[in-house]
Design a binder for this molecule. Structure first.
Ligand SMILES: [Zn+2]
Ligand SMILES: [Zn+2]
Length: 131
């Protein structure tokens, strides 16, 4: 366990070098590689399959790995969600650990909010035409 903490630290230093701060949003934008699917930021880890950069950011900030155990709500796994909705972001303050069920729900809510906003924008546009 001691060993893995040490690896995480030197890794954290390399990790920090690939972040560019967006002062407007507070997002830490990942300047390294992106997954071809979903465009999520990925990181090559020596001796391991590439991993999502935002998961690693969460792990560095929390000092523990994203749980590999099955959540008690019947979800498939634990996932790290972007509260800022910026997939390239690796700012731990913008990240939230959720079960896959909670995560799906969070995105459903976001989509509904976007739909409501789009509908409202349309109504406003009609209003403008009527005026
Ligand atoms: Zn962000
Ligand atoms: Zn998410």
């Amino acid at each position: 366990m001691k060993n893995s903490t040490k690896t995480l630290k030197t890794f954290a230093e390399r990790f920090r070098a690939k972040i560019s701060l967006d002062t407007a949003t507070g997002c830490y934008n990942w300047t390294g590689g992106r997954a071809s699917q979903g465009r999520y930021p990925i990181v090559g880890v020596t001796g391991q399959a590439p991993r999502y950069a935002h998961n690693i950011a969460w792990e560095i900030a929390n000092g523990r790995p994203v749980p590999r155990t099955k959540p008690s709500d019947g979800s498939r796994r634990w996932e790290v969600h972007h509260r800022c909705q910026n997939r390239a972001c690796v700012n731990p303050d913008h990240l939230l650990l959720l079960t896959s069920k909670q995560h799906t729900k969070a995105h459903q809510k976001l989509r509904e909010a976007q739909k409501a906003e789009a509908a409202l924008a349309k109504m406003t546009a009609l209003d403008d035409q009527a005026a």
